[in-house]
Design a protein around this ligand. Structure first.
Ligand code: AQP
Length: 334
């Protein structure tokens, strides 16, 4: 079997949290060992689909780049890391693919429904078009695997549908990618409201653990995590808080959730929460320390992104040429 082509994007908005780390970033680092190539993109064009500040967007883009490098991405040797807006093929492909995207499908996207309800001023057309841009990100590289958290399931399904419809209409050109969600930790929940996913915009501050949180802040957040009135440290639908904590500790320690249940059988919730906090402190401390070294050198971050954009363009450009040709757009290919 040939090596997978891996692609995933991450927004430069807000501060990256434990859900992003466990659901996505951890998978990227693992993916760069397998992907040929493994391509990761900081999606600044997605970020402008909601209210934002231009100067802040640039800062957050550097923050996100430094977090990804600190987490272990190695663009010099093992992956392609770039800024979405540097590779204009993404926006061109978005328009071309909009011709085979159903308006009804876009209307059904959960993320659009949730986020449009939360906008206080403008609900932009960009927010509605977000899934087409995401499909273009992936399809421009003929990616075979898309590592994401569970919340992106519907968008990846739409990406597959768009590729399918394009191929049916214009001939076999694009690749239908497989969704890759982690077995454990695909949906990390808010520590205060464990029925809701941990999120940049929709969650509680006390219930959201950030990758760059100091150990004291991490301990405090886990110390006040909502559990339930029972005493058992077991997973179950009626125990969303404890289930979430079991999954988090399992990932932090690199074991299965059943191992955690066995180890903590008979322990109290207080001691268990302390153990989860320590597991997460150990998981994130090295990332925070490396970040502190990397983040100040913005020229080096820019150089990394520029080198990545060049590599990305070299892959996407011939695929775009093919798409244009199949669609009868521009000068015919010889
Ligand atoms: N709670 C989560 N558990 C597991 N994975 C998650 N992801 C997001 N939340 C969780 C995954 O992180 C990747 C990057 O997501 P993004 O680019 O959408 O970044 P974000 O906007 O910071 O993510 P949020 O928190 O989901 O923000 P909101 O909800 O405000 O839009 C994706 O692979 C995602 O699945």
């Amino acid at each position: 079997m040939s090596a997978p082509v891996i692609f995933s994007g991450i927004q430069p908005t807000g501060r990256k949290h434990l859900g992003n780390y466990i659901g996505a970033i951890r998978q990227y680092v693992e993916g760069q060992e397998r992907g040929e190539p493994a391509i990761f993109c900081i999606v600044d064009l997605h970020a402008i689909s909601v209210a934002y500040d231009p100067a802040e967007l640039r800062e957050r883009l550097y923050d996100t780049t430094a977090i990804l490098l600190a987490a272990g991405l190695d663009p010099a040797n093992q992956c392609v890391l770039f800024r979405q807006s540097d590779v204009r093929e993404h926006t061109e492909l978005t328009w071309l693919l909009s011709a085979v995207t159903s308006h009804g499908d876009l209307n059904r996207m959960h993320q659009f429904k949730d986020k449009s309800m939360r906008q206080r001023e403008l609900v932009s057309a960009a927010l509605f078009f977000y899934p087409v841009l995401m499909a273009s990100d992936v399809l421009a590289y003929r990616a075979t695997e898309v590592p994401v958290g569970d919340d992106q399931r519907q968008h990846v399904e739409l990406t597959r549908e768009i590729a399918r419809r394009f191929n049916e209409r214009f001939g076999e050109t694009l690749v239908e990618p497989e969704l890759q969600v982690p077995e454990v930790g695909a949906r990390i929940m808010d520590l205060q409201e464990p029925e809701r996913k941990m999120s940049t915009t929709g969650a509680t501050e006390a219930g959201t653990v950030y990758v760059l949180d100091e150990p004291a802040a991490i301990r405090k957040k886990f110390g006040s995590a909502v559990t339930d009135s029972g005493r058992e440290i077991l997973r179950g639908e009626e125990k969303p808080g404890i289930t979430n904590l079991i999954d988090i500790l399992a990932v932090a320690r690199g074991v299965g959730p059943a191992d955690i249940e066995r180890e903590f059988a008979g322990a109290g919730y207080g001691d268990f929460k302390k153990a989860v906090a320590e597991g997460v402190v150990e998981l994130l401390a090295p990332v925070r320390e490396r970040y502190a070294d990397l983040r100040p050198d913005e020229a080096a971050l820019e150089a990394t992104l520029a080198a990545g954009a060049e590599k990305a363009r070299a892959i996407a450009s011939p695929i775009l040429e093919k798409v244009r040709d199949r669609m009868g757009i521009g000068v015919p290919a010889r």
